[in-house]
Design a binder for this molecule. Structure first.
Ligand SMILES: [Zn+2]
Length: 441
């Protein structure tokens, strides 16, 4: 099948949902549109009090708050509004016949559960890490038995060359693939262009899509996509810590193609512009949508650059461009794959840090000892957990669930076109983390 026809493919499930079953009644559509607008208004209202709440909004100005915010955070009023809206959505979520309204209502309701939890967090009322992530992101990340991570560290220990601790040897190897500051922009833009080229072989994106790149400092994250609407993003790359050759490809895919920029652009085009789903115009950061966003952005790296291809591209294109030696590149990739498995250490540290059973200093030490973080990066990561809390599960568990979801449906590494097709459908529809869980059972 011609991959450029994906546009049609993406639209098909929605079309079938509307035409294959009973069409929703006009009154029901109007009522749900009204509830969707109230959901957006409520989210924008909460955003007046929490600067991190609204990650993107490109809907009409008429839904933005008009008056000044109240002197104290109106927790109870906002919670009542959340529950009221959830109640009004119930007839749609419990409808026996699946149709586009049930899909929308189901998605909005799960987002509203997250609103409720975030309202409590803003008020200083905290639940456990797992309870929090269940409400905010729709899932609880797995717990790992004792010995899981030391087992991986042991494998790294036998793989890495030289003398010193396993951290020291890994850091020494990784640092030989750090990009010189003067080359960062060229290498990153080259990786972005290649990620875009690969994505456009499979997806047709709106012609005006583009983004600008900025380099920033003093942030708890490594990169950020600020989606502006009309298929435009601002991508910020944080240069506080050195960036490796892997980071260049990771950020190009994760923030750009086929990650956040593409996800936001496809949702906006398919669901908001073409179908008028107003709820899509608001992207609340602490919501199930972020689980899909981060999981797909991370998984998208291996869709655009399967492992062998990733390494070939680094060796033949990016390393020469950066003026870096390719010696030990294969070893670096093997070690990086094992390091990827240690990513879940951050969830375990987050669980304890949020429960108050360890201090920030102990959290950083644990990231170094068990996750093999470099000290400065461990401290940055603790800052991230303090600010974004259980959001950390979206990166590792999100990636794993998206991978399982795509592969369970036949999008395996050997079925490239099928994988891109399923991935495109995920990025173009209101799929929730609960949907991922149901498909991967
Ligand atoms: Zn991200």
């Amino acid at each position: 099948m011609s991959v450029r026809n994906l546009w049609l493919l993406l639209a098909m499930p929605l079309f079938l949902a509307c035409s294959g079953q009973k069409s929703p009644k006009t009154d029901d559509v109007a009522k749900l549109n009204q509830l969707a607008a109230e959901y957006v208004q409520l989210g924008l209202g909460i955003g007046q009090y929490d600067p991190d709440f609204v990650d993107a909004y490109y809907g009409p100005d008429s839904l933005k708050p008009t008056g000044p915010k109240q002197p104290t955070f109106p927790k109870d009023t906002l919670l009542v509004q959340v529950h009221h809206l959830l109640g009004q959505l119930k007839p749609y979520t419990t409808a026996e016949t699946p149709d586009s309204l049930r899909t929308r209502a189901h998605w909005i309701s799960q987002q509203l559960v997250a609103f409720g939890r975030r309202i409590k967090i803003i008020s200083g009322e905290y639940a456990s890490f797992d309870e929090e992530s269940k409400d905010l992101f729709g899932v609880v990340a797995p717990h790992f038995p004792e010995g899981t991570f030391p087992g991986i560290v042991k494998q790294l220990d036998s793989l890495l060359l030289g003398s010193g601790t396993v951290q020291e040897r890994y850091q020494k190897l990784a640092s030989s693939f750090y990009l010189p500051k003067t080359k960062l922009d060229t290498v990153f833009k080259t990786a972005v262009a290649e990620a875009r080229r690969r994505t456009l072989q499979h997806f047709q994106l709106p012609a005006q899509e583009s983004f600008v790149i900025e380099y920033v400092t003093n942030k708890p994250w490594s990169g950020y996509n600020w989606y502006k609407g009309y298929q435009q993003s601002v991508i910020q790359v944080n240069t506080d810590l050195p960036k490796s050759i892997n980071d260049a490809i990771l950020l190009a895919c994760h923030e750009g193609y086929p990650g956040h920029h593409v996800y936001n652009a496809l949702l906006e085009k398919n669901l908001y512009q073409d179908q008028g789903g107003i709820e899509i115009s608001l992207y609340p950061l602490f919501s199930p949508q972020s689980f899909i966003a981060e999981g797909s952005a991370n998984y998208g790296v291996s869709v655009a650059f399967p492992p062998a291809e990733h390494q070939r591209y680094a060796r033949e294109v990016l390393l020469p461009l950066a003026g870096l030696d390719t010696t030990h590149l294969s070893l670096y990739y093997k070690a990086s794959a094992l390091m990827g498995k240690l990513n879940y250490v951050r969830n375990e540290v987050g669980r304890k840090l949020l429960a108050g059973t360890i201090t920030q200093a102990q959290a950083a030490q644990q990231l170094v000892a068990e996750g093999l973080y470099e000290k400065a990066s461990a401290e940055k990561s603790v800052d991230f957990i303090q600010k974004y809390r259980s959001y950390v599960i979206n990166y590792n568990y999100g990636q794993d669930l998206v991978k399982q979801y795509i592969e369970t449906q036949g999008g395996t590494a050997s079925a490239t076109d099928k994988r891109w097709q399923l991935f495109g459908e995920l990025l173009s529809n209101q799929v929730t983390p609960t949907d991922l869980l149901q498909k991967t059972k």
